[in-house]
Ligand binder design. Structure first.
Ligand code: HAM
Length: 421
């Protein structure tokens, strides 16, 4: 049981310096996805429950067991978003999308699933996702995958594996389901309870069951790619061929089906060995979703990546979890009279050098105590000023790496910093 001040299981307080890494992930996503023509969309954290149920499918694990659903005072059923795609589609339908138009958006923020907390599995987790809605061609599927690989490079994650598969389209489903049913029904007794239920409710999910006994049976199951129509197969081949031509490494994973019902054609996951049991860094694919109240299906392709898992993968590769916030310049003010001039000087340095992190000590403690703080913050330069310097209009600048220090007129501070940083 958490204490009264601890966050609930599966949730976290995020403090500096960890927060610096989160901001880096977000800013890099804005930069890279922006360069592919995606713009940011912020949708509400809760929606009417049917926004999620209708798009994700009522037989999916998320809808069946994991949603945080509650009634508001008006008796409406609302749900904290377990993922981003359904809300994005609702928002795009609300704004309207004309025939042939493509809307490219990215989003980031907290998602909520009532799963059993484990390493890399939280109840409030954070996704960065993209959706290219209105795009109908396989090239966009490949571009999305390539963009995620580009993003991983930019944030220093090497060694990930892209796995892709196809689910075909709705018209292929019966053929696939019948073939899987014929194969699994005679061996069902040897499979887990979930799979026994899935045979009638969601047979596709048997393919990606993690249970060892089930996996043995799955290994001999007919392949989706052999059961879908020639058109669906051609679509999948086009995605693969495009990835080959632009040099993105991937493997075809015949049992990858993904846990949400809205997918058609391409599905993909990106795995990383540094993650342990929850090894998916990202998941996505092409989908067709009927927005709430609408008749017109919206089709798109996208993916979402879990920020907690990105950070775990970075850590496994030796990236330190959050460099300390630190300071480039630290101002030591000796004696109460020097405190306000110290603040004023810090302000003027911050305005003169946008990129510098400047901290000042306002406690008028001993020189030794203030220097200790400067060291803790890894300050590159300290500026020291007491009553004598104040009277002369000077400051003492110390380069912390070389320990060299010199007294200069206060008015020369910017030139000195430029030369020494
Ligand atoms: P998803 O596979 O459910 O797909 O989630 C995407 C990613 O979110 C996962 O690969 C994982 O990194 C992270 N994630 C999911 N659940 C948790 C959790 N409980 N704790 C920590 N991280 C988690 C979707 O959400 C789809 N909306 C992706 C998509 C976008 N498909 C098309 N467009």
């Amino acid at each position: 049981m958490p204490t009264a001040t601890e966050p609930l299981p599966g949730t976290s307080d995020l403090w500096e310096p960890e927060v610096c890494d989160w901001v880096m992930l977000e800013n890099t996503a804005r930069d890279i996805f922006g360069r592919y023509g995606f713009s940011e969309l912020r949708v509400p954290v809760f929606e009417r429950t049917d926004v999620f149920v209708k798009s994700m499918g009522d037989e999916t694990d998320v809808v069946q067991k994991e949603m945080y659903t509650f009634e508001d005072r008006g008796g409406r059923s609302l749900t904290l978003r377990p993922e981003g795609t359904a809300g994005v589609i609702r928002a795009i339908a609300n704004r309207g999308l004309s025939q042939g138009e493509e809307q490219r958006v990215f989003y980031m923020g907290p998602m909520f699933r009532g799963e059993r907390p484990a390493a890399g599995r939280k109840r409030q987790f954070h996704q960065i996702g993209v959706e290219a809605v209105g795009s109908l061609d396989p090239v966009t599927d490949a571009e999305c995958i390539a963009m995620f690989v580009h993003y991983l490079d930019a944030i220093g994650i090497e060694g990930s594996r892209v796995q892709i598969n196809t689910r075909g389209v709705a018209e292929d489903r019966k053929e696939v389901a019948d073939a899987l049913c014929n194969y699994f029904r005679p061996v069902l007794d040897a499979m887990c309870e979930d799979c026994q239920r899935r045979l009638d409710t969601n047979i596709w999910r048997i393919l990606d069951c993690k249970n060892e006994a089930c996996q043995e049976k799955v290994a001999g199951a007919p392949r989706i790619t052999d059961l879908i129509s020639a058109e669906s197969r051609a679509y999948f081949d086009a995605v693969c061929s495009c990835l080959d031509q632009i040099g993105v490494d991937y493997e075809v994973a015949p049992t990858l089906v993904r846990g949400l019902d809205y997918y058609v054609h391409t599905v993909f996951e990106v795995k990383h060995s540094g993650l342990g049991a929850q090894d998916a860094l990202a998941g996505g694919g092409r989908y067709r979703i009927v927005p709430p109240g609408g008749k017109k299906v919206l089709e798109g392709v996208g993916f979402a990546t879990g920020m907690e898992r990105l950070l775990m993968a970075r850590e496994s590769l030796g990236h330190k979890a959050g460099e300390p916030a630190g300071a480039d310049v630290f101002l030591v003010s000796l004696g109460q009279d020097a405190v306000i001039p110290g603040l004023a000087l810090a302000q003027s340095i911050r305005r003169a050098f946008e990129q510098l992190r400047v901290r000042a000590d306002f406690t008028a403690r001993s020189m030794k105590a203030q220097m200790r703080t400067a060291n803790k913050l890894n300050a590159r330069v300290t500026i020291i000023r007491g009553g004598d310097e104040l009277a002369k209009g000077t400051i003492v600048c110390k380069n912390m790496a070389t320990s060299e220090q010199m007294e200069i007129p206060e008015s020369d501070v910017n030139a000195w910093l430029r030369a020494n940083l």
